[in-house]
Design a protein around this ligand. Sequence first.
Ligand code: ADP
Ligand code: 5GP
Length: 185
Amino acid sequence: MKHSLFVMSAPSGAGKTTLKDLVIKEFPDMVYSISATTRAPREGEVDGVHYFFKTREEFQSMIQHDELVEWNEVHGNFYGTPKSFVKQMLQEGKRVLFDLDVFGKINFDKVYPEAVGILILPPSLDVLEKRLRSRNTDSEEVITLRLNNARKEIAFAEEHGKYEHVIINDNLEEAANQLRNILSA
Ligand code: ADP
Ligand code: 5GP
């Protein structure tokens, strides 16, 4: 039987969104899990498509009403996986691809230990910094925060994370092929 749940984690800027957007449309039985977040939308991001954008009060209420599979504060904003979305997708027989930070993944595993973990890494921290700058979406302060967090996230994932697959996103096509192979299995 094919696996139903896949979790991608990566330091910000490693190319997770680019890879996911390239590959997921090739799998009609697969959906991308839409997280709730208190982060402000980036240009082009649509509520209910990229994220469910929430105020801090709305997010706190979701926590209090036990509506999230897991949640975490990442780079100063809250992010969480709504239970209702996951349940509905599984009921419809869909396979689901999640994007979770490395700490949130540990909590996710407590609920769904069968989930397949995919860690996406940049070829180096220098390359990661260039990618964060070239994306042009974050202020200097946010880039510095994300780079500092990247070091901690990579160390944590390597020591404590449950990742069956590691993809080094150097050449985009090669990395996309690796992701295709994992999702096909
Ligand atoms: P993430 O979702 O992990 O934060 P993005 O997918 O937004 O990262 O990628 C960060 C930036 O790096 C984007 O500008 C993207 O176009 C670029 N990028 C992604 N993968 C590669 C790659 N293999 N080679 C060069 N640039 C890349
Ligand atoms: P971004 O702001 O770049 O979209 O995402 C920042 C970080 O939040 C990424 O590391 C991403 O994996 C993480 N993230 C996105 N959604 C969730 C979620 O639902 N739960 C957790 N724990 N992390 C998430």
